[in-house]
Design a protein around this ligand. Structure first.
Ligand code: PMP
Length: 349
C-alpha cells in the first residue's frame, strides 16, 4: 500500500509538476528541479533516520536482490570470510548469492529447527573475528519473523536487508555498515533501491564491478551515474514527507505497533486462527496466520476479497494467510480485517 494522501498528491501533480507544464517523468533528471527533488528525498530520509554524516545514501536500481550480489562485490575480495544469520527465505537468498562470489560463507545461526519461526538469541552465535561482514534480515517478509534486537558485531560491519521494515520505526543507523532496501514496501513504488553505506565501506569494489553498482562511483555522482528512476525517487520523497507530516518515525512506530498488537490479539484470542511465530520474533509488518481447517482457506480468501480485503494469500511457498500491514495500512484496515475474521470464524469455525 501507498498512503492515499501521497497518491492524491502525485495525481494532482501528474501532468504539471511544479509549474513545468510537464510530468516529473518528463523533465530532465539533470535539470535543477529534479536534482533538487532527489536531494530533498535524500534529506528527508537522513532526517527521519538520523543518518550520520559519515554515511552515504544511494538511490540505485536492481532491487534488494541486486544487493545480495553487490554487497559482496563492493566490500569483499575473493576468499574473504562472510557471516550470515539464516532466519528464513530472504536470508537464504542472500546466502545463495554470496556463495556465488568466491567467499567463505559461514552461516553462524540457522533457525531451521523451529521451521524459521524464531530468531537466534542475542550472543548465541560466534562471529568469526576476520569476517568481512555479518549479514542478517531484520524482518523476514515471508515468515513474518522479526529481530527484537540489533546484533552486536564489534568491529565487523553489520549489513542488513531492511526491505520490509525500513522507516517503520526509529533506527540507530550508526550500528550498521550497510543498510539496503527495495522501496516497494514502506518507501514508495518499486524501481528504486535505497542503500545507506558507511564511508569506509565505499571505494573497495572489486575491479569487475559495474560502475552503476559501485557504491563509491554512485556516491560520487549523487546516484546519477545513469538515469535514475525519476518517478520512483519523486514518490519516495513524497512518502517520506508524509511520514514527517504524521510525526516522524516515533509516531509511525506507535501506529505500527498498535496495528500489529490488535491483529495478533485477535489471532491469539481465537481458537480458529493461529500464528506460528515465537512471541519475541513477531513481525510488525507481515502477519502470517493459518485457519484451523485449511480446507476453508479458499473460501476465506474469496469472501475476504468480496469484503474488500485483498492480498491475504500467504506466500506460495508456505500457504495459509499473510496480512502485510506496512506503514501505509491504516488502523481502519486492521479493524476491518479483524471484524471479517471474527465473522468468518463464527459462521464457519
Ligand atoms: N529482501 C526482502 C526482505 C524482501 O521482502 C524482498 C521482496 N519481497 C526482497 C529482498 C527482494 O526485493 P526486490 O524484489 O526488490 O529485489
Amino acid at each position: 500500500m501507498l498512503p492515499t494522501e501521497v497518491l492524491e498528491i502525485a495525481q494532482a501533480e501528474l501532468v504539471d509538476w511544479q509549474g513545468s507544464g510537464m510530468s516529473v517523468m518528463e523533465v530532465s533528471h539533470r535539470g535543477k528541479a529534479f536534482v533538487a527533488c532527489a536531494a530533498a528525498a535524500e534529506q528527508s530520509l537522513r532526517n527521519l533516520l538520523g543518518v550520520p554524516d559519515n554515511y552515504r545514501v544511494l538511490f540505485l536500481q536492481g532491487g534488494a536482490t541486486a544487493q545480495f550480489s553487490l554487497v559482496p562485490m563492493n566490500i569483499t575480495k575473493p576468499g574473504d570470510t562472510v557471516a550470515f544469520l539464516h532466519t528464513g527465505q530472504w536470508s537464504a537468498k542472500a546466502i545463495k548469492f554470496a556463495k556465488a562470489q568466491e567467499l567463505n560463507v559461514e552461516v553462524i545461526a540457522d533457525e531451521a529447527e523451529s521451521n524459521y519461526s524464531t530468531v537466534p538469541a542475542a550472543g548465541s552465535y560466534d562471529l568469526p573475528a576476520n569476517a568481512a561482514y555479518l549479514h542478517y534480515t531484520p524482518n523476514e517478509t515471508i515468515g513474518g519473523v522479526e529481530f527484537d534486537y540489533i546484533p552486536e558485531t564489534g568491529d565487523v560491519p553489520l549489513v542488513a536487508d531492511m526491505s520490509s521494515t525500513i522507516v517503520s520505526r526509529p533506527l540507530d543507523v550508526s550500528r550498521y555498515g550497510i543498510i539496503y532496501a527495495g522501496a516497494q514496501k514502506n518507501l514508495g513504488p518499486s524501481g528504486v533501491t535505497v542503500v545507506i553505506v558507511r564511508d569506509d565501506l565505499t571505494g573497495k569494489a572489486r575491479p569487475n564491478t559495474p560502475g552503476v553498482f559501485d557504491y563509491a562511483a554512485q556516491a560520487g555522482a549523487d546516484s546519477m551515474l545513469n538515469t535514475p528512476p525519476t518517478f520512483a525517487v519523486y514518490l519516495l520523497g513524497q512518502v517520506l514527507q508524509w511520514i514527517e507530516r504524521i510525526g516522524g518515525l516515533t509516531a509511525m512506530a506507535q501506529r505500527n505497533q498498535a496495528k500489529a498488537a490488535a491483529l495478533y490479539a485477535a489471532i491469539d484470542g481465537s481458537e480458529f486462527y493461529a500464528n506460528p511465530v515465537a512471541l519475541n520474533a513477531r513481525s510488525w509488518m507481515n502477519v502470517p496466520f493459518t485457519l484451523a481447517d485449511p480446507d476453508l482457506d479458499a473460501d476465506f480468501l474469496k469472501e475476504a476479497e468480496a469484503a474488500g480485503l485483498t492480498n491475504l494469500k500467504g506466500h506460495r511457498s508456505v500457504g495459509g494467510m499473510r496480512a502485510s500491514i506496512y506503514n501505509a495500512m491504516p488502523q481502519a484496515g486492521i479493524d476491518a480485517l479483524i471484524a471479517f475474521m471474527a465473522d468468518f470464524a463464527n459462521r464457519r469455525g
